[in-house]
Design a protein around this ligand. Structure first.
Ligand SMILES: Nc1nc2c(ncn2[C@@H]2O[C@H](COP(=O)(O)OP(=O)(O)OP(=O)(O)O)[C@@H](O)[C@H]2O)c(=O)[nH]1
Length: 368
């Protein structure tokens, strides 16, 4: 069993990992700077060894430039639009009601929502009192603490490997970044000796299947797809194929849909029910139900979380496009109103631009 965990990137990067997988009992070499999984097969590697990832993937990942270590900077840059109006509040000379009012406005503008904003400000007032702070600049540090504490319940690793295959269903509205995130996730799984089967359960849009096929090619993994027909059938076939082929992970990509498109939400529920039916061993398929949300959509993202959670029971979120949003505060609203764990955040369009979520780092990035 392995989990995606947060690890500070050591510097400098060590020599590229060998393409050959590590022996079963030993921990595989972990490419430096990656926040990905560790000890993919724990102490109990399955008898049938998974397909080793091609040398190209492991070598590419290991050879990634040190720029990767700067992802927090990129997040900071991305969230600057969100944070700039908040941080200007602390340039004054006094901690007074005007400061709290400006802060309230800035948090609402960042789409933190009324509830989270109220809780944050109450918490901040308490912290300011306790710390006997007198300078606005000190309030900024206390706000980082308050935001980090609020977001902490969202910080949870995605555990893969407890079941073989681990079945992960991925949903979201159109263009949220599902397929891109699946590609990124696949790459990192492959780079850590996990074999992946992709299921293109978007049977309507040929472009979606093609896009997934491109990601699959780039990651040297197989796909199950079908033109037309029933997406639930593709999902069913994928679980069976994943089992038969001894894959570690089956990732099921679904077509984008709005929560208001009730017939499409029914279709999503059907895909989920079908995955449950394919679970002949009763291991709890789908093991993970992820929603991909676009960080730019602010409060609307919260509505999506609620609607998809009600429909298919979410286990985690991937929040994309945090590399340029004025609405990063929405994570506070999610933490307050529907705390579904944030497994990953997307900070760019490139394959390596997917990171595990760390509440404190996010809070710090938010306030520059
Ligand atoms: N800047 C940035 N762009 C992203 C990120 N993730 C995805 N994108 C871009 O968002 C656009 C949509 O991504 P897709 O992966 O096609 O979205 P999708 O949810 O699969 O779309 P549908 O299949 O239409 O539902 C693409 O242009 C991606 O490159 C991110 O973290 N940052």
């Amino acid at each position: 069993m392995f989990s995606f965990f947060k690890k500070k990137p050591p510097a400098p990067e060590p020599a590229p990992a060998e393409a050959t997988p590590a022996p079963a009992a030993a921990e595989p070499p972990e490419p430096a700077g990656r926040n990905w999984l560790r000890n993919p097969f724990g102490g109990s590697k399955p008898e049938a060894a998974p397909d080793p990832p091609p040398a190209e993937v492991a070598a590419e990942v290991a050879a990634e430039p040190a720029a990767r270590t700067g992802w927090v900077d990129r997040l900071k840059l991305g969230l600057r639009k969100t944070g700039s109006s908040i941080t200007t509040v602390f340039t004054g000379t006094r901690i007074d009601e005007a400061l709290y009012e400006q802060l309230e406005e800035a948090l609402l503008m960042a789409d933190a929502g009324v509830k989270a904003t109220t809780v944050l400000l109450d918490d901040l007032r308490r912290r300011v009192k306790e710390a006997r702070a007198t300078e606005p600049a000190a309030v900024r540090g206390l706000l980082v603490d308050a935001i980090a504490d609020m977001l902490r319940p969202l910080q949870k690793p995605l555990v893969i490997g407890e079941h073989k295959p681990t079945v992960v269903m991925v949903a979201g509205v159109n263009g949220a970044g599902k397929t891109t995130s699946i590609g990124k996730l696949t790459r990192h799984l492959a780079a850590h000796q996990a074999s992946v089967l992709l299921a293109a359960a978007d049977t309507f849009r040929a472009a979606a299947r093609e896009q997934l096929a491109v990601w699959a090619d780039r990651n040297y993994v197989e796909t199950i797809s079908q033109q037309g027909g029933d997406p639930a059938a593709v999902a069913f076939d994928a679980v069976n194929a994943g089992r038969a082929r001894g894959k570690d992970v089956v990732l099921v990509d679904t077509a984008g849909r709005l929560p208001t498109q009730l017939h499409l939400m029914e279709e999503l529920k059907k895909i989920r029910r079908t995955l449950v039916k394919a679970d002949t061993a009763g291991t709890g398929v789908p093991h993970e139900v992820l929603l991909v949300i676009d960080g730019n959509t602010g409060q609307n993202a919260l509505m999506q979380v609620k609607a998809f959670d009600d429909a298919i029971g979410l286990t985690g979120l991937i929040v994309t496009k945090l590399d340029g949003t004025a609405k990063g505060g929405v994570l506070a609203a999610i933490a307050q109103e529907r705390p579904v764990p944030v497994y990953f955040i997307g900070v760019g369009e490139k394959l390596e631009d997917l990171e595990t979520f760390d509440a404190r780092e996010f809070a710090q990035a938010l306030l520059g």
